[in-house]
Design a protein around this ligand. Structure first.
Ligand code: ZN
Length: 128
């Protein structure tokens, strides 16, 4: 099952917990896991605090400090910072499903991380 994500900024973290939760319910998964996979080289997925939106913002600020845009990158497309950030966070997350529910902690949410937007992106879900 695919989720379509429309991003609206160059870098952005979008909370996609709700569509994943709905997909788990629709598929009738009771016990197992949900693989969230991002088939892109300049986007990622991560699990972190969703209660305070400043946390996602701070992660983007920290990534900007870690991956300076003026580093001597060689990739001619000019979006090397986006590629590096995508690899730092990773292309997949595996979330346990217990009794039909994502086993996320109280403060956790699943975020699609855009690093070279705005674009229309796909997120693949596999139920294991
Ligand atoms: Zn590139």
């Amino acid at each position: 099952m695919d989720i379509t994500v429309k991003t609206s900024a160059k870098t952005e973290m979008l909370d996609i917990t709700r569509p994943i939760t709905e997909a788990v319910e629709k598929e009738g998964v009771r016990d197992g896991a949900c693989l969230v996979y991002v088939p892109h080289t300049t986007a990622a997925v991560t699990i972190n605090e969703a209660a305070d939106p400043e946390v996602a913002r701070d992660i983007l600020v920290a990534l900007d400090r870690m991956v300076p845009g003026d580093a001597p990158f060689r990739h001619a497309e000019g979006n090397s910072p986006a590629h590096v950030k995508a690899s730092l966070l990773g292309a997949s997350a595996l979330i346990a499903v217990n009794n039909g529910r994502l086993a996320l902690g109280t403060w956790q949410g699943v975020f699609f991380c855009e690093f070279d937007g705005p674009r229309t992106r796909k997120v693949q879900l596999k139920f294991l």
